[in-house]
Design a protein around this ligand. Structure first.
Ligand code: BYC
Length: 491
């Protein structure tokens, strides 16, 4: 297909017809929204004054590769399907807007001490600071990831992948908008101040870093990016899933819509790593050993090291296994459990107990604690089970190539900086090591400077339509039914 076949705004994908309530977004407004912004002049003015600062931030710390336009998905309506349109857009003109899922029936709080009370439409005074904290932590991660991925465009393995990176970036920008809307609309002056701070903290900044550890790490190359979108965006999916249960209805509805966009980020991670593994598997099988650098592929042991690192950083994002914060959030009805409504218990948990890990006498054991305090671990366990599912797909590529090797998730105690394992050395197999034992083996478990340099050596840009870097397989399908070789990004 040539450029003249598909031009400009004519490219509109045919999504499935909406089967839920639909409210069309008014794109004639400066800030597209389905929250009736035009009827609240004060809020509209506040957000309109934040908008140029967001755009300045995007120009300074968003994607650094100059482009003419990118084939992007933009939210246009809120329905269970058919909510986005697709078009070539100059990225700085992307319409970041505010969208909340529609709710038909009035909702009830599903857990904690306010169970069965009507969901709150305003911030309950007694939980104001906890709620604001949760929204700020969530909001802080969104621009952080854009900052971390800022320079990846310079080494994109294809236009297809470059477009996916930018899609993830603009949607993380929109997720920032989602949290900023809540801060402005419901938290008054201190909400506006927090919204400013969200643009002032920067990933990895020595004086004003991002709040959570993993968001201050550099995303140095595309293997890291795919691992990040697989493991770290998946933490986002699970955290948003718990906030979707919130008794504060605007937060719940915001997160529900964000989760819809998040599915594409999961797709980028799962298929990204899968395509790397596919290429590695073919090269490894052809050579008969792991040393596939010369074939322009990434050796499986190096992929495993990148996996070990991003997984362990992402586990830290769940906080401590025992957390009085988590108990307080749950009891207050602010943050539920993953799939709260499908759980077969009392949704209050005052009498329940749970096992949490503990290191004692040089081995991993466990202890019993009130289930309420173990909710970070409850969520982490759901997440780990989900991570395993992707690994099965990647390992199927290895099996298909006739290889015996398999990728594995390391033990949850491996390389941890937060919680029960912090300050201990645990091997990927779960053995507790001495400092010396850890030091002598760490290079075989985590990416070394040499591994990173060799991966970086493969990161050369491929900007010709249909051209793909040697270290990953092309995808089986293009985006939104377009061909794989479509020019998704133009310069
Ligand atoms: N780094 O009681 P604890 C996403 C702090 S990702 C630094 O165990 P709690 C996305 C903690 O804040 C999802 N500090 O913590 C993905 C607390 O400090 P304060 C983001 C950490 O509160 C990709 C103290 O240590 N959303 O969306 O139970 C791309 C005590 O810890 C860390 C959320 O996280 C850390 N890793 O749990 C784009 C949801 N861990 O408050 C986007 C909202 C803990 O005493 N956040 N600390 O000063 C929360 O639910 C909770 O804050 C946490 C922590 C789960 C993060």
């Amino acid at each position: 297909m040539t450029d003249s076949d598909i031009v400009g705004p004519d490219i509109v994908g045919t999504g499935p017809a909406p089967d839920g309530p639909v409210s069309v977004i008014d794109y004639s407004e400066r800030i597209p929204n389905n929250v009736g912004l035009a009827t609240d002049r004060k809020l509209q003015r506040a957000l309109e004054s934040w908008q140029p600062r967001f755009l300045d931030w995007w120009a300074a710390l968003g994607p650094s590769l100059p482009t003419r336009d990118v084939y992007l998905r933009t939210a246009v309506a809120i329905g269970r399907d058919g909510w986005a349109s697709w078009a070539r857009v100059p990225m700085e003109q992307y319409r970041w807007g505010i969208f909340l899922s529609e709710r038909g029936e009035p909702r009830q709080i599903g857990f904690g001490q306010h169970k069965c009370e009507p969901a709150w439409q305003q911030v309950p005074g007694e939980y104001r600071s906890e709620l604001r904290r949760l929204i700020v932590v969530q909001g802080d991660t969104e621009p952080a990831s854009v900052e971390q991925q800022r320079h990846l465009g310079a080494t994109a393995p294809s236009l297809y992948d470059l477009r996916n990176l930018f899609q993830v970036n603009v949607e993380e920008g929109r997720h920032l908008w989602a949290m900023v809307y809540l801060l402005h609309a419901y938290f008054g002056r201190d909400g506006r101040e927090e919204a400013e701070q969200l643009l002032r903290r920067h990933s990895g900044h020595p004086d004003s870093p991002r709040i959570l550890g993993a968001f201050n790490e550099e995303t140095t190359d595309w293997l890291s990016f795919f691992m990040f979108t697989y493991f770290t965006d998946r933490d986002g999916k699970y955290q948003l899933g718990t906030l979707k249960e919130s008794g504060f209805d605007p937060l719940s509805r915001t997160c529900e819509f964000m989760l819809r966009e998040e599915a594409h980020h999961m797709f980028v991670g799962t298929t990204g790593v899968q395509r790397v593994v596919q290429r590695t598997a073919a090269a490894t099988a052809a050579r008969g050993d792991d040393d596939v650098w010369a074939d322009g592929a990434i050796p499986l042991p190096v992929i495993q090291k990148y996996l070990n690192l991003q997984y362990s950083l992402s586990l830290d994002l769940f906080g401590s296994e025992t957390s009085s914060n988590a108990a307080a959030y749950f009891t207050a009805g602010l943050k539920g459990r993953w799939m709260e409504t499908r759980r077969h218990d009392d949704h209050v948990l005052t009498d329940a107990t749970a096992q949490v890990p503990l290191i004692s006498d040089g081995a991993v054991s466990s202890r019993t604690v009130p289930a309420l305090t173990a909710l970070n671990l409850d969520l982490r366990d759901e997440y780990v089970a989900d991570c395993e599912r992707g690994l099965r797909k990647w390992n199927a590529e290895l099996a298909k190539a006739g290889l015996q090797q398999r990728l594995r998730l390391p033990h949850p105690g491996f390389n941890r900086a937060v919680g029960a394992f912090a300050g201990h050395h645990v091997s990927p197999a779960g053995d507790v090591l001495t400092e010396a034992g850890w030091r002598s083996a760490a290079d075989s478990w985590l990416p070394t400077a040499d591994d990173r340099a060799r991966v970086a050596g493969l990161m050369v840009p491929h900007y010709e339509p249909g051209d793909f870097a040697s270290w990953l397989a092309p995808p089986p399908f293009g985006i939104n039914d377009l061909p794989v070789e479509y020019d998704y990004v133009r310069f």
